[in-house]
Design a protein around this ligand. Structure first.
Ligand code: CDP
Ligand code: CDP
Length: 227
């Protein structure tokens, strides 16, 4: 049997990380790990419990009492926090608008990274986020930095929301994406940057299937050079 490797996919909001990571994991029979869902889960609990997103200590105290499980069921990933399914709740605009503040705290990142590394310690994972190639899995065999223009990323989110029958405003989405990119890229701890050894894929004009193929080729190349 082939050795199972780890694949890190980082990049800004709406670049297509979770969509392609899920498909790559399916193709390889690997486990997909959505690290953004972990930060979103904590943010959701902070909002529900009235914990200040600027208070790192209070957030850590809250996180210490949370068991966050990512469960793959029938091709979907369910996010379960202390036995409650929060898959839908963690995607609301309220959570999206606060999550980057929660993710700024060093004590929160330390604990999240520890949990994420435990999930990947036997290999065979496709993990997506902002700091996977740089901090969580610096030894990942394949690292991808997935980007797309702000206009295209906002357009994708807009289409996604309309398809779900939700209200959506393209200009507001653009602003939100720019704001989140800025906070994520400028924070002191583990900012969103391309790892030196990551391959950048600009997906602005690419179809989902083309991005998946590009990543699978990188996996094949990596396997060929190891033998
Ligand atoms: O799916 P989307 O790109 O909207 O975001 P996400 O992957 O769900 O991540 C939500 C937020 O969590 C990001 O904007 C970051 O602030 C934070 N995050 C992070 O700091 N580090 C990660 N490894 C993953 C997410
Ligand atoms: O995880 P991330 O925030 O990077 O993006 P995503 O949630 O995977 O993708 C955002 C939306 O863009 C989804 O509706 C995808 O179907 C769509 N997408 C696309 O249209 N073309 C691509 N090459 C990648 C994603």
């Amino acid at each position: 049997m082939k050795k199972q490797i780890n694949i890190a996919i980082d990049g800004p909001a709406g670049a297509g990380k979770s969509t392609v990571a899920k498909l790559v994991a399916e193709k390889l029979s690997y486990i997909y790990i959505d690290t953004g869902a972990m930060y979103r889960s904590l943010t959701y609990k902070a909002i529900s419990n009235g914990v200040d997103v600027n208070d790192g200590k209070a957030l850590l105290n809250l996180l210490n009492g949370l068991e966050i499980n990512l469960i793959n069921k029938n091709g979907k990933q369910l996010i379960v926090v202390n036995d409650a399914d929060v898959t839908e709740e963690i995607r609301t605009p309220a959570v999206t608008n606060q999550v980057s503040y929660v993710a700024k705290h060093s004590e929160i990142r330390r604990e999240m990274v520890k949990r994420q590394q435990q999930l990947a310690n036997i290999g065979g994972t496709v993990m997506d986020g902002r700091d996977i190639g740089t901090h969580v899995l610096p030894d990942a065999e394949v690292k991808v930095f997935l980007t797309a223009s702000v206009d295209e990323r906002a357009r994708r989110r807009h289409e996604e929301q309309l398809a779900k029958g939700q209200q959506s405003n393209l200009e507001i989405l653009k602003e939100e994406i720019r704001r989140r990119d800025k906070i994520d890229s400028e924070r002191e701890v583990a900012p969103l940057v391309k790892a030196e050894d990551a391959v950048e894929i600009n997906s602005t004009a690419m179809k989902i299937t083309e991005v998946v193929e590009a990543i699978l080729s990188l996996v094949n190349e990596r396997e060929a050079t190891k033998q």
